[in-house]
Design a protein around this ligand. Structure first.
Ligand code: SF4
Length: 115
């Protein structure tokens, strides 16, 4: 698996593969963060998901994000919940809009103040 590390602007090109004994082998990283990134992307990739939910009585939507990274394989489930969710103002940054979104354990939280 070839990856570009996104942890800093240097963008090191990583190569990740499974070794003969089942260990994860990462090469091409310029610092320990790249090593960790390569291992995580290979074994258990996660993403912070951002999107919008409807605001009752308003034309503008509310921007939201997951409170923590969720498994990459569950991203579309989280986005489906966002599409189905309507909330009411007022909303403050950090307010929980949906708990345990799509069963991931993460919450959907507001990223804007709406009065
Ligand atoms: S491996 Fe380290 S130096 Fe390279 S892009 Fe990632 S964070 Fe930056």
């Amino acid at each position: 698996m070839e990856l570009i590390c996104v942890n800093c602007p240097r963008g090191c090109r990583l190569s990740v593969e499974k070794g003969e004994n089942g260990e994860v082998k990462v090469s091409g990283y310029g610092c320990p963060r790249g090593l960790k990134y390569g291992e995580t992307e290979f074994l258990d990739p996660v993403r912070t998901v951002t999107g919008l939910v409807r605001l009752a009585g308003m034309r503008r939507p509310l921007p939201v994000k997951t409170s923590e990274p969720v498994p990459k394989a569950r991203m579309y489930d989280v986005l489906a919940v966002m599409r189905q969710t309507t909330t009411r103002p007022p909303v403050s940054i950090g307010d929980t809009i949906v708990e345990n979104v799509a069963g991931t354990g993460a919450s959907l939280v507001a990223t804007a103040n709406i009065v």
